[in-house]
Design a protein around this ligand. Structure first.
Ligand code: SAH
Length: 346
């Protein structure tokens, strides 16, 4: 019999599965609580009868990643984790300390199929989706290892969350539960390159999370050059879906825009972006490009960045620039995994 992933089960699903084993509901509640306290084996569930522990072990497995590498910034305490999953594959999470609370950035897939030209996570393509349990584990074990209470989550690590829709939605539903990790939807941001059918599907769930859309260019010619996904979901299609998301959920959408020297950072780009977002209830988050070894692209100059911001602000657009955290452990997302890939599982 194939063992089931017990940490990807909602409380009611666990109760049903254990009910089939003849166990009462209170037992499943006990088990659920143990799982989300960070145990790595059924053996550790010391208030369960030994016989039940061994029957559970026969029916289920408990996911619990190992720390393959950990880097802590001496400057601001930002901590990057490289996790080794049960099958040997690697993903990253980053814990950032902000005034409004500690935030963890989690991965949703091993690798990524989207192919963005500036991103390290997509080199080598997508290997597999993460289970809901494996996304939740990044939050829980980051919290346990760092000793920092996590209050916010951003799904901006390796992978395209909406390309792993069902597991990501399961993750969102579970993370919110008081008996799981108790992190509310308003404290969660999900970043997508703009898979619009999935954006609509997400909007219909009325989850109250913040949607971040990786726009990176205001016109199809520029966006297609750096984001192959634009050939399927062009700028206007993505902006329309973002508008629908706002109308349906009342949540202001955030547009991410990595500033790339000579590619998307000219005055023409700024003016067109301002024109396309005019009157929208949205927010633009400019990201200074992180250099990726394998890519020839480089960050915009400070002068160009300043000019770009000036044009957007003059048009009444809400703009912020993402602060660079952990500059001394600077490896942009996906690069720790790349560096370790030389010892990738066979
Ligand atoms: N697949 C999701 C999550 C990606 S990571 C998405 O596309 O949104 C979160 C953000 O970081 C995205 O906006 C992504 O485009 C951006 N990003 C990726 N590589 C980057 C780099 N080298 N420098 C700056 N931003 C980058």
């Amino acid at each position: 019999m194939n063992k089931r992933d017990i940490k990807s089960l909602l409380p009611q699903e666990l109760a049903a599965a254990m009910g089939e084993m003849g166990e009462p509901a209170y037992r499943s509640r006990q088990v659920f609580k143990w799982l989300w306290s960070g145990v790595r084996s059924f053996e550790e569930m010391t208030d369960l009868p030994k016989a039940l522990r061994s029957r559970l072990d026969g029916a289920f497995y408990i996911t619990a990643p190992q720390i393959a590498r950990k880097l802590v910034s001496a400057l601001d305490g930002t901590t990057k984790y490289l996790w080794r999953l049960a099958d040997g594959y690697l993903v990253e999470s980053v814990v950032m300390r902000y005034e409004h609370g500690n935030t963890v950035c989690v991965s949703s897939q091993v690798g990524c199929a989207m192919g963005c030209a500036f991103c390290a996570s997509t080199i080598g393509g997508k290997v597999r989706d993460l289970a809901a349990s494996e996304i939740l584990d990044q939050v829980m074990f980051s919290q346990l290892d760092s000793g920092l209470k996590i209050s916010n989550i951003v799904m901006m690590g390796i992978g395209e969350p909406l390309d792993n829709f069902d597991n990501v939605v399961k993750f969102l539903k579970m993370v919110n539960l008081p008996e799981c990790l108790n992190i509310g939807m308003r404290h969660i941001s999900l970043s997508t390159c703009g898979l619009t059918e999935k954006v609509d599907k997400l909007a219909c769930l009325d989850l109250q999370l913040t949607l971040s859309v990786s726009l990176h260019a205001p016109d199809d010619e520029t966006r297609s050059k750096i984001m192959p996904v634009n050939r399927a979901y062009g700028v206007d299609v993505v902006l329309d879906a973002s508008r629908r998301y706002f109308e349906r959920t009342g949540r202001r959408v955030s547009f991410e825009y990595a500033m790339i020297d000579g590619v998307n950072d000219t005055e023409r780009h700024a003016r067109l972006l301002a024109e396309k977002l005019a009157g929208e209830n949205c927010h633009v988050n400019l990201i200074p490009l992180n250099h990726v070894e394998e890519s020839p692209l480089s960050p915009s100059t400070p002068a160009n960045q300043k000019k770009f911001i000036g044009i957007l602000r003059a048009a009444g657009i809400n703009v912020t620039v993402r602060r660079k955290l952990g500059p001394d452990i600077n490896a942009s997302c996906g690069q720790l995994r790349r560096q370790a890939e030389s010892v990738s599982p066979g």
